[in-house]
Structures are given as C-alpha cells and as structure tokens.
Design a protein around this ligand. Structure first.
Ligand code: CMP
Length: 224
C-alpha cells in the first residue's frame, strides 16, 4: 500500500477528501521501528504526532526502580503523541514498539494546521480522547476498588473485549499476554499473576490454547 492508502486506514482521517489525503501524505514521514525500539521517552520535548500503520506500541510509565505501568497498548489505525502537541508540555509517557512497527509521523506545525483546517479531524480526535479518558477511569477504579484477584479477572475481561474473536462454539479467544505484561497493567507482580491464572484455569474459567487464552461465552457474568 502507498502512503495515501495507508492514511485512509487511520480512522481520524476517514472523512478527508482525496485531495486532503494527498497533501497529508506529502507532509508525513514514514518510519520503521524494530521490536523493543523506543519511539520517545516520558518527559522529553515532543514535536511529532504518530499514527500506527502496522505493529503495536506500548504506552508506559517507567518507575525509577525498574517497575512499569502500562497505560495502553495501541495498534494499527491508532495514534499517539498528540498530548505534548496540544498542551505544550513534555511527553506524558514513554512509547515503545512491542512488535516491529510501521509509523507515520506528522510535525507539530502540520498537525496544528490540519487540526484547525479540518473540523472532522478535531471532532474525531476529541471523541477518541474521551474514549481514552473513559478507559483510564476504568483502570483507576480497577486499581482502587478491586483486590488483586479481581484485578486479574478484570484485565482478562478487558483483553477479551478489546482483542477477542468469537469462536464457533461461542467462546472468546485472544492473544495470550505475558504474565509480566498483565502484572504491569494492574500494578502487581508476575508471580502473583501466574498464581491467579493457574487458579482460574483450575476452575475451568480460562484455557490456554497455543498462543491464545480462551474464555467461556458467559465469562463477563462470572468475573463481573
Ligand atoms: P504525549 O504526552 O505527547 O506522549 C505520550 C503519549 O501517550 C500521549 O501523548 C498520548 O498519545 C499517549 N497516552 C498517554 N496516556 C494515555 C492513556 N492513558 N491511554 C492511551 N494513550 C495514552
């Protein structure tokens, strides 16, 4: 796919005319990030807005003691790096490629021009940022109100909703995250996650099938 076709796959640009897409493609820079490459660090000055064409980007906060909290995992069609451009503050988090990734970046001035010229982009940006705030609120309530067992169960429900595909028998399968990744989403240790997952498996609520985790059709009722 060329740049123009790729830009069409980014939802915030879906309402642009062909001419707009052509000029946007001229302004954006395509770059490959190998697995584990850092796109930028928290607290750096930031001048670029990024769109994900392929791969997955982890948005994370790294503690001084080496621990980390994963704020979000973003995939194709998602964007990031808008906050530093909107509020002129440093980067609010670190962005790391967790798979080989293909990104398109747009410089601050071009991002601002596109935003002020195109109402549809500003509206869809606000809609997506509201969705992120809702998700962050959900994460805050998970951390504040549930014990560690509840948090592990809830993160499974969330992953199944976000990434799951329904199998013919009604069960839901999704990418099996590492125990460390789950731990970093809910502020606990890898060992605790391993213990809790074994327990859920023993109860027949989840199953490991190859690279996927499979949950029962009524898993939400069981866990909620
Ligand atoms: P910026 O602050 O420029 O750099 C880090 C980026 O991570 C930020 O812009 C957002 O694009 C993204 N980000 C920060 N917090 C969240 C969150 N809670 N959910 C999803 N993305 C986020």
């Amino acid at each position: 796919m060329d740049e123009k076709e790729l830009l069409r796959t980014v939802p915030i640009f879906s309402e642009l005319t062909d001419d707009d897409i052509v000029s946007l493609a001229r302004l954006s820079i395509r770059k490959h990030y190998a697995k584990d490459a850092v796109v930028f660090f928290e607290n750096e000055e930031g001048d670029f807005f990024f769109m994900i064409l392929d791969g997955r980007i982890k948005v994370t906060i790294l503690g001084d003691d080496g621990r980390e909290v994963i704020l979000s995992l973003l995939g194709p069609g998602d964007f990031f790096g808008e906050m530093a451009l909107l509020d002129n503050e440093p980067r609010s988090a670190t962005a790391i490629a967790v798979e080989d990734s293909e990104l398109l970046s747009l410089h601050r001035t071009d991002f601002q021009t596109v935003l002020s010229d195109k109402n549809s982009i500003a509206t869809s940006l606000m809609r997506i940022l509201s969705g992120r705030l809702r998700k962050a609120n959900h994460q805050i309530s998970t951390l504040a109100l549930l014990d560690v067992y509840g948090r592990v169960a809830r993160v499974i429900v969330d992953m199944a909703r976000e990434e799951g595909r329904r199998l013919k028998d009604g069960r839901i399968a999704f990418r099996r995250a590492t125990h460390q990744e789950i731990a970093n989403r809910i502020g606990t240790t890898r060992e605790t996650v391993t213990r809790m997952l074994k327990d859920l498996e023993r109860q027949g609520l989840i199953h490991v099938e190859g690279k996927e985790l499979v949950v029962q059709p009524d898993f939400e009722k069981v866990f909620d």
